[in-house]
Design a protein around this ligand. Structure first.
Ligand code: HEM
Length: 168
């Protein structure tokens, strides 16, 4: 236990900073700049997504949730109700639930939608010429789903950070 808790804390906080830092920066700064960049926007987005970001995002949220669950077990004195129901325990629990919701959102919606967008984009590029109305409509639907999923995920992460700060 003596070395386990500090080690898990470092893994947890470090990976949480990478995940939440990326999500908030992307949502509030990077994506708006790409949207405003006009024709250059899609190329920059493709470069960004073709880099290490998706690989990092496949690992880091998992590290946060797994280390978080173990920390939570210790933090609450092995799920002691009195600790969970204290003010800081409640803040931590709400933060943890929001973090798990952000993780589920990424796993079930953002990740698969990004994958579908990549596949459709590759199909459109391979077909050459202007894309069909049908494909453009499909891409538009995927983009709309992605935008709302990214927004929800970011809000969950903000709640998680506030909960962790108040409960930690
Ligand atoms: C998903 C986004 C998450 C972020 C950004 C995040 C961030 C943080 C940060 C910055 C701390 C240090 C707080 C402090 O010491 O003041 C912390 C602590 C902690 N986190 Fe998270 N966390 C997340 C998810 C989770 C989840 C899902 C759980 C549990 C299931 C969890 C459980 C804990 C526990 C128990 C601590 C307290 C460690 C201690 O103070 O000894 N976290 N978290």
């Amino acid at each position: 236990m003596s070395i386990v808790y500090p080690l898990l804390s470092v893994i947890h906080v470090f990976s949480a900073v990478v995940w939440a830092g990326w999500a908030l920066s992307f949502f509030y700064f990077v994506n708006p700049a790409i949207q405003q960049a006009g024709q250059a926007g899609p190329a920059v987005m493709q470069r960004l997504m073709g880099g290490p970001v998706l690989k990092v995002l496949a690992i880091v949220p998992l590290l946060v949730v797994l280390s978080g669950l173990i920390l939570y077990w210790f933090y609450t004195g092995q799920l002691n109700t009195a600790i969970i129901l204290s003010w800081s325990g409640l803040a931590m629990t709400i933060g943890a639930l929001a973090g798990i919701a952000a993780f589920a959102e990424g796993l079930l919606i953002t990740g698969p939608t990004a994958h579908k967008m990549q596949t459709l984009g590759a199909e459109m590029a391979q077909a050459g010429g202007p894309p069909s109305k049908d494909k453009l409509a499909q891409m538009g639907q995927l983009q709309a789903r992605m935008e709302s999923a990214v927004a929800r995920g970011t809000y969950f992460l903000i709640v998680a950070v506030i909960g962790m700060a108040l409960g930690g």
